[in-house]
Ligand binder design. Structure first.
Ligand SMILES: [Fe+2]
Length: 356
């Protein structure tokens, strides 16, 4: 198995099976989903599915994907990799974002792959949407005949050109934060039962409280628009992963740059479409990590952890512990004299396995 690159956000099943995907640049570039059995080495990984890129020299960029009980879901978006540039970027001294092009007139295509067979669901149809950009999938799950897909979306890919190291230098950071595009928490719903008898020009989504639409527009396309649930900035999302990844769920926790002064952590209730927020003057939290209460019974029983830096001179960084339910501070552990990197990603794994 030769993969040219793999996405940052690997998935694992409750039995320890690992799922990931990547690009294959050789020949006509393709997207490759692979699986490593529980307890095995990467060399035992098997390719589950290969999907050709729409564009011969420009595969779509992606950073994450989703896994449900029966499907893989990934998004082929019009932020594309210029293969010639990426293969020569080192000798030309250019960075990865400089090897990406954004084509706003192209559609996003949602690829749904059957986990058991590796085949694309509805080979004759494409689920599509007008252009947007996403780094992070929040979660996805099957709900009757529909597949629900939650993403952090941007109207375009400008953000990727605004997160260079120089943009976060002391003299530039305030201006960068002021102008940073805000990610939205967007829920798409894909109807899985679409076929040639499905009527055209009718919204196929009948989900109470949802504004998501999916309309068969031609013999081969279903055009989708999302229900936009949170708009004030929602990135680095997490859920109660071991219990709810790929399953119907209610809560997600995210990082929210709302202005140059307000950098917050947010809990979004995707059912009531309400949110709770933690922020504190001068504090810069990192990605939230949800740790479930081993004795809890509800989805948000647990705590949310985040490493917090202060921009105030002399203030020690600290590990923030928020109550998962109320999103209020339960504890903080300060680290005087220590510097904590402004990190992006981490995750929690318990050391004692239990039946899930
Ligand atoms: Fe990421």
């Amino acid at each position: 198995m030769t993969i040219s690159s793999a996405v940052a956000h690997v998935h694992w099943d409750r039995d320890g099976t690992i799922h990931n995907m990547g690009h294959v640049y050789e020949g006509h570039p393709s997207y490759c989903i692979f699986r490593v059995p529980a307890g095995s080495d990467f060399k035992d990984g098997k390719v589950v599915s290969t999907v050709k890129s729409r564009w011969k020299f420009n595969p779509g960029y992606y950073h994450s994907f989703s896994v449900t009980e029966n499907y893989y879901v990934f998004v082929e978006q019009p932020l594309v990799i210029n293969i010639l540039k990426i293969l020569t970027c080192r000798i030309r001294g250019i960075s990865i974002p400089d090897c990406l092009d954004y084509w706003p007139d192209e559609k996003v295509i949602f690829h749904v792959i059957d986990k058991a067979t590796g085949e694309k669901v509805h080979e004759s149809f494409e689920y599509q949407s007008d252009a947007f950009f996403t780094f992070h999938h929040v979660n996805a799950f099957e709900d009757g005949d529909s597949l629900v897909l939650d993403l952090c979306t941007y109207n375009d890919a400008q953000v990727i050109k605004k997160v260079y190291m120089k943009d976060f230098s002391e003299e530039n950071v305030e201006e960068t934060l002021k102008n940073l595009p805000k990610a939205m928490l967007s829920r798409f719903v894909l109807p899985l039962t679409v076929n040639q008898q499905t009527p055209c020009d009718k919204n196929l989504i009948e989900m109470p409280g949802s504004k998501a639409t999916a309309i068969r527009t031609t013999d081969t396309t279903v055009q989708c628009t999302p229900d936009v649930i949170y708009t004030k900035g929602f990135e680095l999302p997490t859920v109660s992963y071991d219990l709810y990844n790929g399953r119907q769920y209610r809560y997600s926790y995210g990082f929210s740059i709302q202005s140059e002064k307000v950098i917050a952590l947010v809990k979004v209730d995707l059912v009531s479409k309400t949110s709770l927020q933690w922020d504190s003057p001068g504090c810069v939290p990192s990605e939230p990590i949800f740790v479930p209460d081993p004795n809890g019974s509800e989805e948000d029983d647990g705590v949310v952890l985040s490493a917090v830096n202060s921009v105030t001179e002399g203030e020690a960084p600290f590990l923030l512990v928020l109550d998962g339910k109320t999103f209020t501070e339960r504890a903080r552990v300060q680290f005087p004299g220590v510097q904590i990197n402004r990190d992006l990603h981490g995750f929690f794994r318990k050391t004692v396995e239990s039946q899930l």
